[in-house]
Design a protein. Structure first.
Length: 388
């Protein structure tokens, strides 16, 4: 229980501190905007020379003038948009037997036609040890939360490919959209280089299938916390050559989206950048992930900067890049700042607490029906039946 009387005292000085931070942020953004102009004036030289500095911070590859802003082309009157999202029930060490559930939504909207949308979810109950061994050979012994998350991400992309293939109509534009990143940063948490390479290879194989079928795929990240473009501008300013800089003389603490909030008109996108993530080294060149920032509307007077990721082959195709931009913007307008189709995908994928309990009840009944005991820790029991 929260003691609001004690908490109230801790708010003393909060407003003054935030005012000082806002003033410092404005100063830093002025520096960042000036650095962006410097970089834009000779961007090809910076593109070629900055990688040789071998800085520890991730610096993206510029595919053009970094200060460029582009308006969205009109969205096609007839277009299909597909999306997936995933949720899971992780293995619970307080419950036996060990098992887990993956739930993947599959959504297809057909705009400009009278075709019914596809709205469904596909649950996958997994409990066999052999399933992991078949999938990972001897690299995984048990289904940890990290392993289950990795499996979910791979399934989301594979189902996205399947629903795009099934919903597509020859000659009709189609965009496949996911939520979150296409860069598999999270695999580093597995602490197994061999397993990471295996999972990335499977993921890139699915990305390649999109390319072979010429289906533009992208992902949407709301309120991104990335700093790669800021890292680029810090290198342009040569901040790495100074041991100590005053807080108002460095770009430390800035996010990319704060800069693009300043320079992008509503509805416009930024220039294209290719991520410098080390994970990308295991992607094929055509499928390495690039990104743009898009200024999307939330309501009449609100907006935000979103990051949209897409493979290099899509980013290099002006028509496909324009299609993705137009569809993302249209979906955000319908969904008040977040793509409508991704909202629907989330609603169909999410597993709520009551559904989780119903799942475990199904497990219990099947175990009892087989005449088997169902061990459960005292902690799990106390959470369901508190004493007070």
């Amino acid at each position: 229980m929260l003691d609001f009387q004690q908490l109230q005292q801790q708010f003393d000085g909060f407003g003054d501190y935030q005012q000082r931070e806002r003033a410092l942020l404005k100063t830093k953004l002025d520096l960042a905007e000036a650095a962006l102009a410097t970089c834009a004036a000779d961007w090809a030289r910076y593109r070629d020379t900055l990688p040789h500095l071998k800085l520890s911070a991730l610096i993206p590859t510029m595919l053009g003038d970094p200060s460029e802003t582009c308006i969205a082309p009109p969205r096609p009157d007839v277009v299909t948009v597909v999306a997936t999202d995933g949720s899971q029930i992780y293995p619970d060490r307080h419950r036996e037997p060990s098992c887990y559930l993956l739930n993947i939504s599959r959504i297809a909207f057909h705009y400009g036609t009278h075709e019914a949308p596809l709205i469904e979810s596909v649950p996958q109950f997994r409990y066999r040890t052999s399933e992991l061994q078949d999938h990972f050979d001897d690299l995984v012994e048990r289904a940890s939360t990290d392993v289950v998350s990795a499996l979910r991400d791979g399934l989301e992309l594979e189902h996205l490919r399947q629903v795009a293939e099934a919903a597509g109509t020859p000659g009709r534009p189609l965009v496949a959209m996911g939520d979150g990143t296409l860069i598999r940063w999270m695999l580093r948490s597995l602490h197994s280089r061999e397993l990471e390479e295996r999972l990335i290879a499977q993921y890139v194989e699915t990305l390649e299938a999109f390319r072979q079928q010429h289906i533009p795929v992208c992902s949407f990240i709301s309120l991104p916390g990335n700093t790669e473009v800021i890292n680029l501008l810090k290198a342009v300013r040569r901040e790495h050559e100074s041991d100590r800089l005053a807080p108002d003389a460095t770009l430390d603490g800035l996010l990319d989206r704060w800069l693009f909030e300043r320079i992008l008109p509503l509805g416009h996108r930024s220039a294209v950048f290719e991520s410098a993530s080390h994970v990308q080294m295991d992607y094929t060149p055509e499928n390495r992930i690039c990104y743009v920032y898009i200024h999307v509307p939330i309501g009449e007077r609100q907006s935000e900067i979103a990051r949209v990721e897409l493979p290099r082959w899509v980013a290099d195709d002006d028509a496909l890049l324009g299609l993705v931009h137009a569809v993302v913007l249209s979906e955000c307008e319908k969904g008040r700042g977040y793509p409508l189709i991704l909202s629907e995908a989330h609603e169909r994928a999410v597993i709520r607490s009551r559904e989780k309990e119903a799942f475990y009840e199904m497990v219990r009944l099947r175990m009892e029906g087989a005449g088997l005991p169902l061990p459960e820790s005292r902690k799990a029991q106390s959470k369901r039946r508190p004493f007070v």
